[in-house]
Design a protein around this ligand. Structure first.
Ligand SMILES: [Zn+2]
Length: 310
C-alpha cells in the first residue's frame, strides 16, 4: 500500500516537473519578431530593444540599399513581412515602395518611428528656388534619421510604442530609449555649436538626405543639386547652377556617402566652393549597432567643424 503511494507520488512529481519544464521552455522560447523596414530605423530599434531578449529585431531590405525610393520587394522580403509581429517603419512616405504589400501580407502592429519628428518638406532644386519656387508645396522629406536630434525623437517613439505593443516583453525599452535619446541629443548640441560658429552658413546639398541635419545645425539650406532622388543632375542643370552660384555668396557644397560626389566636384572646380561628403546613415555595415550611428554622426560633426569653423 505504502509502496503504491510512493509510486504514485513519483509519477505525480515527474508529471509536475514535465509540465513545469514545458511551461518554462515556452516562456524562454517566446520571441516577438520586430522588423525594421530601413537601415537607420533598424539601428535605432535594435538599440531600444537591446536588453529585451524576447524582441528579435531584423532588417527588411539589405543594409547597403540606401534610400529605398526605387526598391522592389523580393520573395524573401515578403516572407519576413508575413512573419513579423511588429513592423517599425521610417514613415513620412519612405515606405511608398511597399505600402500595398504591407497591408496585403502583414498582420503586424505598425510602429511609425517618424510620428513626432519636426517635419521638413523636400528642399527643391537650387535653380527653381532662386526662381521663386516655394518648398512648402513640395512633398515631405522622409530623411529625418540624418539628424541626431530627430533620431532622438524617433528612438523615444519606438521605445514607447514597443512598451505599448508588447508590455510583458518590452519592460526595459523605455529606459533604454531615454538613455540613447540623451546621447543623441548631445550630438545635436555639438552640431548646434558648429552651426553657431560657422563663418559660412549657406549650404547646398547634392541630395535631400542631409536636410534635417543641416536645419538642426542652424545652417541655411539654399537648395538641392539633384533634380530627382537617385538621379545625378543633367549637364544642363549643372551649368545653370554653376552660373547662378557665381552670384551667390560663399557656400559649402555637401555630398552624401551614398551618392557619387562627381557633380559637386565639377561645381567646386567652376565656382571655387568647398566640398565635403557626409554620411546620412541611409546605408551602412550589416552588423552595426547604435555606436555605429553615433560614430558616423561624430564624424559628420568633425567634417563640418573642420570646414566651417574657421
Ligand atoms: Zn533619399
Amino acid at each position: 500500500m505504502l509502496r503504491h503511494f510512493f509510486q504514485s507520488l513519483t509519477v505525480i512529481s515527474v508529471m509536475f516537473s514535465i509540465l513545469y519544464m514545458a511551461d518554462n521552455a515556452y516562456a524562454v522560447s517566446q520571441t516577438v519578431r520586430v522588423l525594421a523596414t530601413t537601415y537607420p530605423v533598424y539601428l535605432l530599434t535594435k538599440a531600444v530593444a537591446q536588453s529585451s531578449p524576447a524582441l528579435k529585431v531584423e532588417l527588411l531590405i539589405p543594409s547597403q540599399t540606401g534610400c529605398p525610393h526605387e526598391y522592389a520587394l523580393t520573395p524573401k522580403d515578403m516572407r519576413k513581412l508575413a512573419e513579423a509581429d511588429i513592423v517599425v517603419i521610417n514613415g513620412l512616405g519612405m515606405e511608398a515602395f511597399m505600402e500595398k504589400s504591407l497591408n496585403k501580407v502583414s498582420h503586424a502592429t505598425i510602429i511609425d518611428s517618424s510620428a513626432n519628428v519636426a517635419v521638413l518638406h523636400m528642399s527643391g532644386h537650387y535653380v527653381d528656388r532662386i526662381a521663386g519656387e516655394n518648398p512648402h508645396n513640395n512633398p515631405i522629406n522622409p530623411h529625418a534619421f540624418s539628424s541626431p536630434v530627430q533620431a532622438a525623437i524617433m528612438v523615444r517613439t519606438i521605445g514607447d510604442a514597443l512598451v505599448k505593443a508588447v508590455p510583458e516583453f518590452a519592460v526595459e525599452c523605455s529606459s533604454r530609449a531615454e538613455a540613447w535619446a540623451g546621447r543623441l541629443e548631445k550630438l545635436g548640441k555639438r552640431l548646434e555649436i558648429v552651426g553657431n560658429r560657422a563663418s559660412i552658413k549657406d549650404v547646398m546639398l547634392l541630395h535631400d538626405g542631409m536636410a534635417y541635419l543641416v536645419r538642426d545645425a542652424g545652417l541655411n539650406l539654399v537648395g538641392i543639386l539633384q533634380e530627382n532622388e537617385d538621379v545625378p543632375p543633367s549637364p544642363t542643370r549643372l551649368m545653370e547652377v554653376s552660373q547662378s552660384l557665381r552670384k551667390h555668396g560663399p557656400l559649402l557644397l555637401v555630398g552624401e556617402t551614398q551618392y557619387s560626389d562627381k557633380p559637386l566636384r565639377v561645381l567646386a572646380a567652376e565656382t571655387g566652393a568647398n566640398v565635403v561628403v557626409l554620411d546620412s546613415v541611409a546605408s551602412g555595415l550589416d552588423e552595426a549597432s547604435m555606436e555605429y550611428y553615433e560614430q558616423v554622426m561624430e564624424n559628420n560633426c568633425r567634417i563640418l567643424e573642420d570646414s566651417l569653423d574657421r
